[in-house]
Design a protein around this ligand. Structure first.
Ligand code: NAD
Ligand code: ISE
Length: 336
């Protein structure tokens, strides 16, 4: 039984605790910590775990075999470096860190330690809809991808959500998933800022259109709209040489009533990606027990952050910015 310590017991942390406690085989949450005591207490009630006041004490505790980081992105780096130093397997929610420089420190610390320890929460790679697109593309029946049209819409966000977070908190999912989907790397990016919705606030330009061009020339547009109000709406259409493929929508019935047809849309990621979260966490638990990382790793986190840095720069400059990967992929990360 893998004994797991959770750092960060907010919305996502509690969702993962329920998953680890009620669905996942081979794991048990034995320790929790949160800078807000009430959140740690609420989490402890879900799983009967001990509450730790400090994350370092939790990471080093004998009762913790593996660490699960679900604090906000800006707090990930310190916890990651401590877990790597303690030699314990880690699951870290996205983003790995909020800047490429911080991600690189983590990548280098893990490689220097010589053990594969970090799996990153890029759960869309496990989502059935994206998997179907990938299988279709890899079949070769539709030729090469030319353009991708995507939306990442959330019903609303809090007042602490700022313009750069549209990149490293939200679009980071597309940044990772889409290059994995088309098996290509990003070359340049640009951000276009349409008229701002009346539901936004001073610190947030919402919506935004993010444009990414890959090295093979695939052009990707992602509409990020985090106060769309009507639902949690994730779409992806790939236009290829021999066909266009649109990701399947979640399976809800068409309902005819009052002279209209309607179909439900999810309202949050916890429902929309529930199966993907279950699969990624089970894979992490199974891998950790064998001393392996079989899912997205810290190098994937670094690559995503390099693109995110360029997009944040493009938000500010309004210009096309180049994606600069400062280092070659360390040999340590060449495994399958
Ligand atoms: P949240 O604000 O609801 O919860 C964060 C929690 O972390 C809070 O309880 C806060 O008190 C605590 N915290 C802050 N700093 C801490 C620290 N240094 N040590 C310990 N606890 C600390 O946020 P959330 O929505 O639960 O997001 C948490 C993480 O999960 C983020 O990395 C976010 O990007 C990720 N997330 C991923 C998905 C996904 O689809 N994969 C969805 C939601 C959130
Ligand atoms: C959140 O942190 C997530 O990761 C969700 O999947 C995303 O849709 C949302 O925009 C983020 O804030």
């Amino acid at each position: 039984m893998l004994r797991v310590g959770i750092i960060g017991c907010g919305k996502m942390g509690q969702d993962h605790i329920k998953r680890l406690t009620n669905k996942i085989q081979g794991a048990q949450v034995t320790a929790v910590t949160d800078v807000v005591r009430a959140n740690a207490e609420a989490a402890a009630k879900l799983c009967g775990a001990a509450i730790f006041r400090e994350e370092r004490a939790l990471i080093e505790a004998d009762a913790v075999d593996a660490v699960f980081i679900v604090s906000p992105g800006y707090a990930h780096k310190e916890a990651l470096l401590q877990a790597i130093a303690a030699g314990k397997p880690v699951f870290c929610e996205k983003p790995l860190c909020t800047t490429a420089a911080d991600c690189l420190e983590v990548v280098q610390a893990e490689a220097a330690g010589g053990r594969h320890l970090v799996q990153l929460g890029f759960m869309r790679r496990y989502d059935r809809g994206y998997q179907q697109l990938k299988q279709a593309l890899d079949s070769g029946q539709y030729g090469d991808p030319l353009m991708l049209h995507c939306t990442h819409r959330n019903p609303e966000v809090g007042s602490d959500y700022s313009t750069p977070m549209a990149v490293h908190d939200t679009a980071i999912h597309e940044i990772d998933t889409l290059h994995w989907l088309v098996d290509d790397e990003y070359d340049t990016v640009q951000v276009i800022a349409p008229r701002v919705t009346k539901y936004s606030h001073l610190g947030l330009k919402d919506p935004q259109i993010m444009l990414m061009r890959t090295k093979k020339g695939v052009c990707i547009d992602v509409e990020v709209f985090v106060n769309c109000k009507f639902g949690y709406d994730i779409n992806c259409e790939m236009v290829c040489e021999d066909g266009a493929l649109k990701m399947a929508e979640p399976g809800y019935p068409d309902i005819r009533k009052s002279a209209a047809v309607s179909r439900a849309i999810d309202t949050d990621c916890f429902v929309r990606f529930a199966e993907a979260y279950d699969t990624e966490v089970q894979q992490w638990v199974d891998g950790a027990a064998l001393g392996r990382v079989d899912g997205p790793n810290s190098w994937d986190g670094y690559l995503a952050a390099v693109t995110a840095d360029a997009l944040v720069k493009a938000q500010e400059s309004g210009k096309v910015e180049t994606v600069v990967t400062a280092v070659e992929k360390p040999v340590f990360f060449n495994y399958s």
